[in-house]
Design a binder for this molecule. Structure first.
Ligand code: NAP
Ligand code: GLV
Length: 310
């Protein structure tokens, strides 16, 4: 079986190709555009693939993504609907996302941002002791990544709840489900963490109506997709005092363009889509095991439901 590796985001695709070739000795793994004849691949390994992937590889039977979110792939023109898509489940990302959320939660709740300002002023000043009940965290998305974040924050004794489509939540975490559960979930949440997939249902979900329903002095952490957020609503919420701050890892346009109002906003923390990177070793092991299951005709986990879009 022939496998093509097609990612425009990778500067060193050879590293991935070699790792996959080693893990799949019975197959031929080649990089997109490596000079050998295209057209014979039955399996594609993709992240941000070239626009003509499906045109030039008409024999594809399945596509595996090197990341968790499949929104961009689902939007690709010319993608044959009959070719299933299988996403990465964790791949080393979950623990990094837990670290990311913990960092910004602690910065807000323990006042570390303010202590940095005090140091710059040569000022020795203590803030009030923390009351954990004042910092209820609400996680939108209780999937592979959201569940790990929820468990990590709960282990530090912050009140944590999760919101999902079905209402499922990790054991020991309060769960809310669907449109009916959203108001109650937001009403108990001060630190809102978004780890939802981007779908027709979730696009623009981080908007004024959501910020208004949160507890006062709220804080937003968006580590899912930029298009979940209505940017003007966030700026208005920050400037109008509805939210105290936000940490943003993802943007509607990436890289975030120079001069964008987010760059200089004093209450925004910006990072360049690094909250959870797919780590080569874990990713290759997981996808190779899935490819072998596919080859044996067994069920493959992480298959995208075309209706749900995740
Ligand atoms: P997942 O395992 O598929 O979990 C998705 C969760 O979202 C599930 O709990 C699901 O509910 C919930 N959900 C989906 N649609 C919903 C809706 N309309 N209303 C309420 N809840 C809904 O996904 P994952 O692996 O955790 O990844 C989540 C997202 O993180 C990815 O899609 C990607 O966009 C983003 N991501 C970002 C980075 C980064 O570096 N910033 C890295 C990796 C991933 P059910 O439990 O009921 O199904
Ligand atoms: C990264 O954003 C991913 O979806 O894996």
């Amino acid at each position: 079986m022939e496998v093509v590796f097609a990612s425009q985001s990778e500067t060193q695709p050879e590293d991935w190709v070699c790792a996959f070739q080693e893990a799949l000795p019975g197959m031929r793994v080649r990089a997109w555009g490596d000079g050998s004849a295209a057209g014979g691949a039955e399996i594609a390994l993709v992240w941000n693939p070239p626009a003509d992937l499906f045109e030039r590889e008409p024999r594809l039977r399945i596509v595996f993504t090197l990341g968790a979110g499949v929104d961009a792939l689902l939007r690709m023109p010319g993608r044959p609907a009959h070719v299933p898509i299988v996403r990465l489940e964790d791949g080393g990302m979950a623990v990094q996302m837990a670290e990311y959320v913990l960092h910004f939660l602690l910065r807000a709740a323990r006042g570390f941002g303010r202590y940095a300002q005090f140091q710059a002023q040569g000022r020795w000043q203590r803030l009030d002791d923390i009351v954990r009940e004042d910092w209820p965290v609400g996680i939108m998305g209780a999937g592979v990544l959201g569940a790990r974040v929820a468990r990590t924050i709960a282990a530090l004794e912050y009140p944590v709840a999760a919101w999902s489509r079905s209402g499922r939540a990790p054991e020991g975490i309060e769960g809310y489900g669907g449109d009916e559960g959203l108001s109650a979930f937001l009403g108990r949440t001060r630190v809102l963490v978004n780890i939802l997939p981007l779908t027709a249902q979730t696009e623009g979900i981080l908007c004024r109506r959501v910020f208004e329903r949160m507890r006062p002095h709220g804080y937003l952490i968006n580590i899912a997709r930029g298009r979940h957020l209505v940017e003007d609503d966030l700026l208005a919420a920050l400037d109008g005092g509805l939210l105290e701050g936000a940490a943003l890892d993802v943007f509607a346009q990436e890289p975030l363009p120079p001069g964008h109002p987010f760059w200089a906003h004093p209450r925004l923390q910006i990072t360049p889509h690094i909250a959870g990177a797919s780590l080569v070793g874990q990713t290759v092991r997981q996808i190779s095991a899935k490819i072998q299951a596919f080859q044996r005709g067994e069920p493959v986990s992480g298959m995208i439901d075309p209706e749900l879009q995740y």
